[in-house]
Design a protein around this ligand. Sequence first.
Ligand code: C5P
Length: 298
Amino acid sequence: MIINARAYAKINWLLEVGSLREDGYHELSTLFQTIDLYDELTFSLAKDVSLKIIDPNFSANLPIDNKNLVIKAANLLASELDRKQGVSIELKKSIPLGGGLGGGSADAAITLLALNQLWKANLSQEKLLSLAAMLGSDVPFFILGGTAWGKGRGIDIAPQQDLDAPYLLLVNPRQEVATSRVYSEFDRLTNKGQMSTLATYFFTSTETLFAKIKNSLSPMAKAICPQIATIETKLTELGAKAVLMSGSGATVWAAFPSALLLEQAFETLNKCEWLVIKSRTISRNEYQQNILKVISEK
Ligand code: C5P
């Protein structure tokens, strides 16, 4: 059997960080959203587990051994099944690395979903969510996709009504920002994050959402990478109605009110040294329909 898969990226519509927990993670309240930017993966039955990265731009920076979340996901599922399983995986990256768009986490979640089918494991969604949580704080969200809250460490996922933003622009300063470094800065500057109770909202439209957007990690990421602030200012000047850094940075997302303004902003910013990508939201339904395609049953 051969499966072709798409691992869609995410943005955080909102990210509030609370106190440091005993397990070393922080309490979070975040609203995740899948977007139209994806890595492509192919899974073919094989004797052993192996990974090939087929994009030369990325292969130099990505491990293909057990340090890669894709291999970790495959090994985790095999050990859960307690039987010898093999798969040959090809990965074509498009999601920028270390950019706050969840690329590695998406690849890992899609690997769990694809191998559940390829290896005829038949694990429940609940089981897949718990395996995903062992791989990283963002991974469980990608089992569901669409618009969803992440609470606790980020792994308690509560789907909410899909929010729709058709004219999104992503701007990445081409500088990786390490998540753990941003969180350390957060602890240093906020006295280990001992602060407010984290809010919960139920948004029915992006208009109400955009009035509430915030990312607690922005000041820390901007101290490490000042270009984030420059990008935000430019996007606002170009007519975006909402602008925010995604995750722990360094990518900034902007929602534009029209295709025309989106196109103009793309043309202007694409002349800079930054990586600029046009995108849109992907609903849970579209996500579930497009992530896996069996292309050969043999
Ligand atoms: O879970 P994950 O491996 O993706 O987390 C990467 C790093 O981000 C952690 O090592 C930690 O420094 C930070 N983190 C955190 N609290 C969270 C999620 C991530 O402190 N809820």
